[in-house]
Design a protein around this ligand. Structure first.
Ligand code: GLA
Length: 535
């Protein structure tokens, strides 16, 4: 074990001693989450887990377990945010009286992000506010000085490296001929999940008609894990008393069950990962009756280089095949290392192409409209995954959620709902279950749509369908109602083309040359075009 964290702590403690502890030098941990500025403090989350998502991708509880290590020299502040996944440098740090500020940098492949923090000292503690870019939730926490034991418990120690296998392409496992559809617990429940909740969601999938609309995979994301025992068996937390029985229940409803783990020692939510126990865990999952695995890089950042991702993912890919159980394999490494180029060789049926989605227009817009270049890598059995749906979670307008759903369908994206199905509104259910919209996503040709034209804030995206028709989305990314025109010439069509409105499930007639529609702010029209022939 590399006891990095403890070495750093000793350095920090020594520095604090020299300065008499009056300055900020030392290590700080999150005491609890605070409410929004000016609001009342939030309740302390269980086990240090956050009530909200993170202040930066990839998400989850990690920032709540982060250790802030700083050195103060006069008004200058330098240091590092240490997490179980990586060390994030801080820069531009200043201290003026009781006020402090710094910038934390996150680098995920080509994606670089700077998150400004401001804080103030209050009674020997620090109130710290992160201001992440638009689309990510702000975070406000109370920090206190940490003991060595706490630093290790939170940021953890990096385990010894196990060499990954030789790269050797795996063959197609025959699953996911159309993009996987289902529900995943992360977007609405984060780590706060239990057997009871999952059963209620299974019931809701059936009762609401979601299952019959195609949503088959019920995926338990991060937060089900308890402790690994001396023989290496990973036990679920007490909130999941019997996984086999839960799987039976879910299967009894005509659904399939998915689960989550990491090739790292820790998951993104700082739970136990499968590192060094891959076979044991995979055999256990298969024994429970698991049908889908989401495998999230997270702690593996501390162990492997990004260039080793293919080999590391292949390791689990081949182990899953050896279980003999058909298990859909979802890679989650935020689109690093051009995963679309090797995802299928590593055994993947889908792979995330981006950082975590948030329930905001900015986040969904940036991700959804950023997928154009990746279209050629998707097809039956192997899909680009621009992350799960936020439809119904409350952070966007109906028009924005309609754009979300229209775009994801055109992208042949996996459709994993992420809202609380037990309490969703009729409007949300209608957005999620429109059969003609789902048919576009699930079209057997399996082509991912692309941008066909763009004029200012107006964009047309098109997806060829198996029967020769073309699905087209007419999007208005602007803040005021606008006309959007789809021109046949841009879509490889000519002559009179029959237009069907997929959302309204209504034929609109035949149009020569083009079709124009008024689209509300951030809204979408979704049409299916027939006839005229492809040019
Ligand atoms: C990462 C993933 C999310 C979710 C969380 C769980 O952030 O990208 O989808 O699985 O981890 O901690």
């Amino acid at each position: 074990m590399r006891r990095r964290a403890s070495v750093l702590l000793l350095v920090g403690a020594a520095a604090a001693a020299c300065t008499g502890g009056r300055d900020l030098t030392g290590k700080w941990v999150v005491e609890r989450a605070l409410g929004p500025e000016g609001g009342s403090p939030a309740a302390a989350p269980p086990g240090g887990a956050p009530p909200e998502g993170p202040a930066g991708p990839p998400g989850g509880g990690p920032m709540m377990d982060a250790v802030l290590e700083v050195q103060q020299d006069g008004t200058a502040l330098t240091g590092t945010m240490i997490t179980h996944m990586f060390d994030l440098p801080i820069s531009k740090g200043t201290v003026r009286g009781s006020e402090l500020s710094f910038v934390m940098s996150i680098e995920l492949g080509a994606r670089k992000m700077e998150i400004p923090f401001t804080g103030r000292r209050v009674d020997g503690q620090i109130e710290l506010t992160a201001r992440p870019p638009a689309g990510m939730p702000p975070m406000r926490v109370l920090l206190r000085r940490a003991s060595e034991e706490e630093v290790l418990r939170r940021a953890g120690a990096t385990p010894e490296r196990i060499a990954p296998p030789q790269v050797q392409p795996l063959t197609d496992n025959g699953l996911a001929r159309t993009p996987p559809m289902g529900w995943n617990s992360w977007n609405c429940f984060h780590l706060d999940i239990s057997d009871a909740k999952i059963r209620e969601i299974a019931d809701a999938l059936v009762k609401t008609g979601m299952r019959d609309a195609g949503y088959r995979y019920l995926v338990i994301d991060d937060g089900w894990q308890g402790k690994r025992d001396d023989s290496g068996v990973l036990h679920p937390t007490a909130r999941f008393p019997d996984m086999r029985a839960l799987a039976d229940y879910v299967h009894g409803k005509g659904l399939k069950l998915g689960i989550y783990s990491s090739p790292g020692h820790r998951t993104c939510g700082n739970q136990e990962g499968s590192y060094g126990h891959e076979e044991q865990d995979a055999r256990m999952f298969a024994g429970w009756g698991i049908d889908y695995l989401k495998y999230d890089w997270c702690g593996a950042f501390r162990i492997y280089k990004n260039e080793e991702m293919q080999a590391v993912y292949q390791k689990m890919g081949s182990i899953l095949r050896q279980t003999g159980r058909p298990i859909v394999y979802g890679l989650c490494q935020y689109g690093l290392a051009d995963v679309w180029k090797w995802g299928p060789d590593a055994g993947g049926n889908l792979w995330r192409t981006t950082g975590d989605i948030a329930d905001t227009w900015e986040s969904m817009e940036e991700i959804g409209f950023g997928q154009h270049e990746l279209a050629r890598w998707a097809g039956p059995g192997h899909w680009n995954d621009p992350d799960m749906l936020e439809v119904g979670n409350g952070g966007m307008t109906q028009a924005e959620y309609r754009t979300h759903m229209s775009l994801w369908s055109l992208l042949a994206a996996p459709l994993l709902a992420g809202n609380d199905l037990r309490t969703m509104s009729r409007e949300t259910l209608e957005l999620l279950t429109n059969p003609e919209v789902i048919a576009i996503d699930q079209d057997p040709l399996g082509r991912q749509g692309q941008r066909a034209s763009q004029e200012g804030k107006a964009e047309v995206w098109a997806k060829p369908l198996a029967d020769g028709r073309v699905a087209a989305g007419l999007f208005n990314r602007g803040g005021v109602t606008a006309s959007v025109t789809a021109r046949w010439v841009d879509l490889g069509l000519h002559g009179r083309v029959r237009v069907r409105d997929a959302w309204a499930r209504k034929d609109l007639g035949a149009f020569a040359d083009s079709f124009t529609v008024e689209v509300p702010p951030h809204g979408a029209a979704l049409v299916v075009l027939k006839g005229g022939g492809r040019t």
